[in-house]
Design a binder for this molecule. Structure first.
Ligand code: CP3
Length: 354
């Protein structure tokens, strides 16, 4: 594969490297003035569905910063839309899917025949990005994980206590599983399409993993994540599982075929390293809120993370969740520069600090 020399792929494969790679979840978005400028002219859905515009936005953070990966500009909610729910991004209240799924017959009437056709704009965007992006920078594709998508499809919008999703799951677990199975199949098809179009790494977002009690993660989430990773394995494109919810959840993924675990900022990275670094590469997990802090505190937190890995390969620096829209740009710049310089020192010297 042409990008085997990229820092990101080296870290994923635990090959020797000169510094730690860094990218930022939601790196293309509202904290960037050049994004806000385009967003004044077009709504979010138009930006995502016009391949030239989605390409431009994907490349914005790459042009501005020394980031080591680009991530496709799209949204996890395009699968529910492609399956027949209407998707609206309201200016104030966030995404709305309608009608929400409330019964078994709603699941049965999802339109599974035309997924790739309905998501053709993603395929086209990837091809244009791959053409325009420097060969050394890998492109990350993504999908929401089955459980996270199911929760959105049932709630129909963001939720505080997940009343609808939980009543569906706990009242009709078998039907809930049928929805998860359907989504798993569609996600595999969607990610295979992204890989064929040119993405070199894929990330699954199990954003709502943290609303599952630890002992139920193995029932409602991890089997589906594992199925997707297994199906993608023969394609040779590494899979990052970003899961919110902590150590017990991660233990359920121990025997998965994924190469990277993405760690949320509320999970202790030192503990994760002790338990999972032998098998997986790890991504994360700076608290995004640290970017509201002083440069001294930002450096301190970066050092805390980098010192866990020292000069070992296998860590990808990232935030532990998406970057908020209102962080100061100079702090983002500082973050990236500091990760570059500190990790270069660790790797150059074969440096070990106690
Ligand atoms: O830069 C990137 O990371 C790539 C693009 C990307 C977006 N959303 C763009 C976006 C990715 C990978 C996502 C994933 C996503 N979308 C998740 C999982 C990641 C996570 O944060 O846990 C979720 C839960 C969604 C659903 C979603 N999309 C919500 C809840 C919202 C509204 C909340 C918000 O942040 O405004 C969106 C909108 C959205 N997706 C924006 C962007 C840049 C903001 C759109 C705008 O310009 O108004």
């Amino acid at each position: 594969m042409k990008n085997n020399k990229s820092l990101l792929l080296k870290a994923i494969n635990k090959s020797p490297l000169e510094r730690t790679p860094i990218w930022i979840m939601r790196q293309a978005g509202r904290y960037l003035p050049e994004y806000r400028a385009l967003r004044r002219k077009y709504d979010f859905l138009t930006l995502c569905k016009t391949p030239e515009l989605a390409t431009e936005i994907t490349l914005q953070p790459i042009r501005r910063f020394g980031l080591d990966a680009a991530i496709l500009f799209a949204d996890i909610l395009f699968i529910p839309e492609a399956l027949g729910q209407e998707l609206i991004f309201s200016e104030r209240g966030g995404p709305v899917l309608s009608p929400p799924i409330r019964s078994f017959s709603d699941i049965q009437s999802l339109k599974t025949e035309a997924l790739s056709e309905n998501l053709l704009f993603v395929n086209q965007t990837i091809q244009i990005i791959r053409h325009e992006l420097n060969d050394h920078i890998p492109l990350i594709g993504f999908s929401g994980a089955p459980f996270t998508l199911a929760v959105y499809m049932i709630e129909g919008q963001s939720s505080r206590n997940f009343h609808q999703a939980k009543s569906f799951m706990y009242e009709a677990p078998n039907h809930f599983h049928q929805l998860l199975q359907k989504l798993t199949k569609e996600i595999i098809e969607y990610l295979k399409m992204q890989i064929t179009a040119g993405v070199e790494v894929v990330q699954l977002f199990e954003t709502w993993g943290n609303i599952l009690p630890p002992h139920l993660f193995g029932e409602f989430s991890s089997p589906y994540l594992k199925k997707i990773a297994t199906e993608l394995k023969p394609l040779g494109v590494p899979v990052i599982l970003y899961v919110r919810g902590g150590m017990t959840h991660l233990f359920e993924l121990q025997d998965s075929q994924a190469q990277v675990l993405g760690i949320d900022w509320q999970t202790d990275l030192a503990q994760v390293k002790d338990n999972f670094f032998p098998k997986f590469s790890l991504q994360g997990n700076l608290d995004p809120g640290v970017l509201y802090g002083s440069k001294e505190f930002i450096s301190r937190e970066i050092r805390h993370i980098l010192s866990l890995f020292q000069n070992e390969s296998g860590h990808i620096f990232n935030l532990g969740h998406g970057i908020p829209p209102d962080v100061p740009l100079d702090k983002v710049e500082f973050l990236i520069e500091t990760v570059h310089s500190l990790s270069t020192k660790y790797h150059q010297k074969g440096h070990h600090e106690q």
